[in-house]
Design a protein around this ligand. Sequence first.
Ligand SMILES: C[S@@+](CC[C@H](N)C(=O)[O-])C[C@H]1O[C@@H](n2cnc3c(N)ncnc32)[C@H](O)[C@@H]1O
Length: 322
Amino acid sequence: MKFTWSYVPPLVLEAAIRHRVFDVLDAGPKTVKETAEATGASERGLRIIMNVLVGLEFLAKVDAGRYALTPESAAFLVSTKPGFQGGILTHASRQLIPKWLKLTEIVGTGKPEAAVNQQGAGVEFFQQFVTDIFPMSYPSAKVLAEHLQLKGDAKVLDLAAGSGVWGIALAQSSPGVTVTAVDWADVLPATQATVRKFGLTDRYTFVGGDLLEADFGHGHNVALLGHILHSEGEARSRKLLKKTFDALAPGATIAIGEFLVEDDRSGPLGSLFFAANMLVNTDEGDTFSFAEISAWLKQAGFVDARLLDAPGPAPLVLATKS
Ligand SMILES: C[S@@+](CC[C@H](N)C(=O)[O-])C[C@H]1O[C@@H](n2cnc3c(N)ncnc32)[C@H](O)[C@@H]1O
């Protein structure tokens, strides 16, 4: 029974985000009627979902029937705040759940209906999504930049750049950093838009194409692979790591952001769920353990595979080209 209504929290959160409930309560506590006036949504709808959000501890009932944000919703669900994580939730009902409804058939065949690791479905899926997940990785990218302490002219290769979040944090950390960002050509406008927003366009080169076909150039000091191995799957990830190794200068660092699983795949639950998300959305995708990724890195030629703790759901795996 515990799981019967498990799909309710993300859908209630999505509805509240889309109706700007957290945004209007950020200005101060409100009654349902005041929230309805501020958002244009129905009083009945808001009353019911706002009570669910109280039960989930994303809202609190304060005096005189007013509802207030809790510290967690104030930090992560107000769209104007830098920590806003609602982007990933607003994809649930339109982009993810419709595909998950086919899970029984997908388990039967082992194949998704549409695979986002392929350019056609992938471009449509990622064009907006990459910008929405920028806040998920930006704090980790800042930690990586702090850890690497890049100085002078450093060349960074940002693979599957998406919003450009990883390369942007490194470019911000030192004026000599230049970035080569690789992604499908039709997703690169999203990368370019974010890079422009941060005023970094003159330090960027953009390369459009499939990761196993695009020209990575050579002599890079850092390679960034943020949330890409899970959709590529083992065979393509191994090829990608070898290709990345060849594009790096001696002494360079590779940094991989991933939702890791325990060696025996008994947890953490979020990474096991994400493996199922890869089953639903990709041809060969999965989540992997530190031991598995370390072995692939070693086979590609890297040494000293290690973990860097980072804020958020994904630690970083680092290794060195000796
Ligand atoms: C989950 S997003 C990650 C974006 C970014 N690195 C981050 O951590 O936020 C995956 C990105 O990889 C790109 N991508 C996926 N498969 C690709 C492929 N085979 N060739 C080129 N780009 C690919 C997608 O367009 C998307 O921008």
